[in-house]
Design a protein around this ligand. Structure first.
Ligand SMILES: Nc1ncnc2c1ncn2[C@@H]1O[C@H](COP(=O)(O)OP(=O)(O)OP(=O)(O)O)[C@@H](O)[C@H]1O
Length: 367
């Protein structure tokens, strides 16, 4: 039999995941304390029906707690959570998880080892009655390409197949809201790419409103309609990936999206002077202490002669087709990092000239 059009590897045909009634989901000033520590601090976030938001933040910033609060596994100490304008947490009320219509998928997949694949998926479908539950479970297994394996047990599957089973189980009840907690972190890099793409296709087909927790900025950029940056239990910035990339709220937000060479400078005459040249800073009065942050991606042009500030390559690593150069410049404590297309002329010890590319220079007030 030929592969269905649009499928990658042995996933099922696109467009066959069941459609849910997408729900609006909002957190309003939610507080959660755990072990005497404030984990969510006046946390507010609103998702439109069908929207995918990626939660990005450092370890311990409260990402998983946010999902647990939405799912009803974690109670709130203050504020409200609403699904379609109905309060599900808050005002002294706590709707139990099984009445919220939220699908969950965890990093470790949390599959039932003693149940077959089909039983794993029908588990959450019991209220439908046996026949309808079986039909819906089989349809979900088919969509993730595991229809032929329904009688097998989870330990008989590869890591990637276990991820698909977990996804099938999460979407089978056709939840209006889905919470995915680092759904790809246990997969190797090569497999992650296909699985990400197929998972995104399935999320779009189901129309479920989705929060995806990730540590990986690239993943957030690929998957999210918007990205929410979380720090110490609060959202510091929420926007599209390109908006955050181009105008990060602060230096920490910028560091999430790319490595930076950071140079301290003071504003004088409307410009910040650095050993790499001066940068216009019209929004900052003279005397302001700044951090000039320089992205390495095409940030600096490296010429073997001529214009720019002189420097010397002190280290070079080869990625495929890309050189990662560390360039020492007089007046800077640390070398500047530069990525550029591979060029065998650039080797450690080589003298070069650098020029700033203003598109990739960000300026922040020093704390
Ligand atoms: N049951 C608990 N009791 C006490 N503290 C807890 C409990 N659960 C979580 N915490 C603490 O709450 C903070 C936030 O945890 P959470 O799991 O939400 O963070 P996260 O952003 O998902 O982190 P990670 O990326 O490491 O998974 C952490 O400091 C964690 O140690």
């Amino acid at each position: 039999m030929s592969q269905p059009v649009g499928s990658a590897n042995d996933w099922g045909a696109r467009g066959t995941a069941g459609v849910s009634f997408a729900a609006a989901l909002s957190f309003d000033q939610v507080d959660v304390s755990l072990g005497g520590q404030k984990v969510l601090d006046k946390f507010s976030l609103a998702l439109r029906p069908g929207e995918i938001v990626c939660l990005l933040g450092e370890s311990g910033s409260g990402k998983s707690t946010t999902l647990r609060v939405a799912a009803g596994i974690q109670r709130v100490d203050g504020g409200e959570v609403r699904i379609n304008d109905e309060v599900v947490s808050g005002r002294g009320f706590h709707m139990p998880p099984d009445r919220r219509g939220i699908g969950l998928m965890f990093q470790d997949f949390a599959l039932f080892p003693h149940l077959t694949l089909l039983e794993n998926v029908t588990f959450g479908l019991k209220p439908l009655g046996r026949q309808a539950a079986l039909a819906q479970a089989r349809s979900a297994l088919r969509r993730v390409g595991l229809a032929q394996r329904e009688a097998d047990y989870p330990h008989m599957l590869s890591g990637g197949q276990q991820q698909r089973l977990a996804l099938a189980r999460a979407i089978a009840p056709r939840p209006g809201v889905l919470m995915l907690d680092e759904p790809f972190s246990s997969l190797d890099a090569r497999m992650r790419e296909t699985v990400r793409g197929e998972t995104l296709a399935i999320l779009r087909e189901t129309h479920a409103t989705t929060i995806i927790v990730t540590h990986d900025p690239e993943e957030a950029m690929l998957l999210g309609d918007r990205i929410a940056l979380l720090r110490k239990g609060r959202i510091v910035q929420i926007d599209t990936a390109s908006a955050i990339y181009n105008a990060p709220a602060d230096l920490s937000a910028a560091r999430f999206f790319s490595p930076l060479s950071e140079i301290e400078a003071t504003v004088a005459g409307g410009r910040a002077l650095t050993p790499l040249g001066s940068v216009p800073t019209p929004d900052h009065p003279d005397g302001t202490r700044l951090i000039v942050a320089i992205r390495p991606f095409g940030v600096l042009e490296m010429g073997s002669e001529g214009q720019g500030v002189p420097g010397r390559i002190v280290d070079k690593r080869d990625a495929i087709g890309i050189d990662l150069c560390e360039v020492k410049v007089e007046g800077l404590d640390r070398p500047v990092s530069i990525r550029q297309r591979s060029d065998p002329r650039f080797i450690p010890g080589r003298d070069v000239y650098l020029s700033l590319n203003s598109e990739h220079v960000l300026v922040f007030v020093k704390d």
